[in-house]
Design a protein around this ligand. Structure first.
Ligand code: GLU
Length: 435
């Protein structure tokens, strides 16, 4: 994963070279502002004590308080969280939100914990990082294997520590505990708006657009469900245990109901009559799903799914990055050479943090919006930024990822420039505020 950071850095160097920014921007964005590691003691149900490693990294706060999710996953490391915190910084800038970027994580397999253990771990994590978060400082949210219930526990723990209710400290909370309507489906919904903008531009007809979706967590599920409702053909779905394929299309909402009963998609093969009648599907592996001949490959699982090892075998016409970092730098170069456009994560999955921003605004105003207002505003942010990024890619004849980074980094650079750069202090450019 430290590999990932190096790869990001070399990509970023290209972006800086393209943009006319001060070297100070490069220097400022070379490392995170704050990285905290905590060891979280948790009393387990069997009476033993276990200690879990947790992290919170605040990458850059020039544009506002830092913002980003917390993941619970066995592979979490400080390097991974740092790379993700940088991507959050860029993402918030791409979406035009008044936030910097951060990320958190705990190295744990949450599927092995009881609900009570999970609650104790979530509260312990907040006790560990309480000093560096706050509604005007750093605002956590859900990410891989965390959800609204966990955000509710974390928020409550923060209230206990601070002895006051400040719901703007965490977003993605349950609706009855100050969460925003529309937050749960926001990442998937935002990704669909992106795809629709792209489809319009490329002249893709939803009915003739086959989509394979890797990952059936919150983002993947809502994306698949909404894309199906919008008339796209979802031909394949997978979760961490395997996948299913049906040329005629699958109904994600129905599949989810069965997954909840059976706990894994593969079990669908031996499913009861109702689902088997719904569509004739066959079992496929995750690797097979990635290599399907489809119009759109939507990646909604984890990082590094398309790499130098399999990029030559991708048959999709375009790739939609709903997860963070699912195509690594080497994979990205190969897809670019093969003219397979990649709609990049920092734009495609920004819907989650966009609605997190709406939640934070509602919490601070103490006034709540109806779902239509949330969804309308989400749509207008996603469409507006997508158009800007697409236009930039055309104008500068670069990949969509380069265009998104140029767009986001230009906003971050603007903020850094406004604080004065070496050129300003050395008198090479005129100041307006000191005459
Ligand atoms: N975890 C999500 C992301 O990677 C959401 C972050 C947030 O809402 O702060 O964008």
């Amino acid at each position: 994963m430290s590999e990932q950071r190096t790869q990001t850095q070399s990509f970023l160097d290209e972006v800086f070279d393209q943009l006319d920014v001060s070297d100070d921007v490069r220097t400022r964005l070379a490392q995170p502002k704050l990285a905290l590691t905590v060891n979280i003691p948790v009393r387990m149900d069997d009476g033993t004590l276990q200690v879990f490693k947790g992290f919170r990294v605040q990458f850059d706060d020039t544009r506002g308080p830092t913002k980003g999710g917390v993941r619970f996953h066995p592979r979490v490391t400080l390097e991974e969280v740092t790379a993700l915190s940088f991507w959050m910084t860029v993402k918030c800038a791409v979406a035009g939100l008044p936030f910097g970027g951060a990320k958190g994580g705990v190295a744990v397999d949450p599927k092995r914990l009881s609900r009570l253990e999970l609650e104790r771990l979530s509260r312990g994590y907040i006790r560990g990082i309480a000093d560096i978060i706050g509604p005007k400082r750093d605002i956590p949210a859900p990410d891989v294997y965390t959800n609204a219930t966990i955000m509710g526990w974390m928020t409550d723990e923060y209230y206990q520590i601070r002895r006051q209710q400040t719901p703007g400290v965490i977003t993605g909370k349950p609706v009855h505990l100050g969460g925003s309507l529309g937050r749960t489906s926001a990442t998937g919904r935002g990704a669909l708006h992106l795809l629709q903008q792209w489809a319009q531009r490329q002249g893709l007809q939803p009915k003739r657009t086959r989509i394979a979706v890797q990952g059936f967590g919150n983002a993947g599920y809502h994306f698949a469900r909404l894309a199906h409702e919008a008339g796209f053909r979802i031909v394949a779905l997978s979760d961490s245990r395997g996948g299913i394929y049906a040329e005629d299309g699958l109904d994600p909402a129905l599949i989810m109901r069965h997954k909840l009963n059976r706990r894994e998609l593969k079990a669908m093969l031996y499913c009861d009559a109702s689902v088997c009648e719904e569509a004739d599907h066959k079992e496929i592996s995750n690797a097979e799903l990635l290599e399907l001949d489809v119009e759109v490959l939507a990646l909604a699982a984890l990082e590094d799914q398309i790499t130098a090892d399999n990029a030559e075998r991708i048959h999709a016409d375009q790739v939609l990055e709903i997860a963070n970092g699912p195509v690594d730098a080497a994979g990205d170069r190969i897809l670019a050479q093969r003219d397979i456009p990649v709609l990049p994560d920092v734009l495609v999955n920004a819907g989650g943090v966009v609605v997190s921003h709406f939640e934070w605004v509602q919490n601070r105003a103490g006034e709540y919006w109806d779902e239509a207002r949330v969804n309308d505003r989400l749509k207008s942010v996603m469409e507006g930024e997508a158009k800007r990024v697409f236009a930039l890619a055309d104008e500068q004849n670069c990949t969509l990822r380069s265009a998104a980074y140029r767009h986001g980094v230009a906003r971050i650079a603007g903020a850094i420039h406004d604080q004065g750069t070496r050129e300003y202090f050395q008198g090479a450019i005129e100041g307006t505020n000191v005459e």
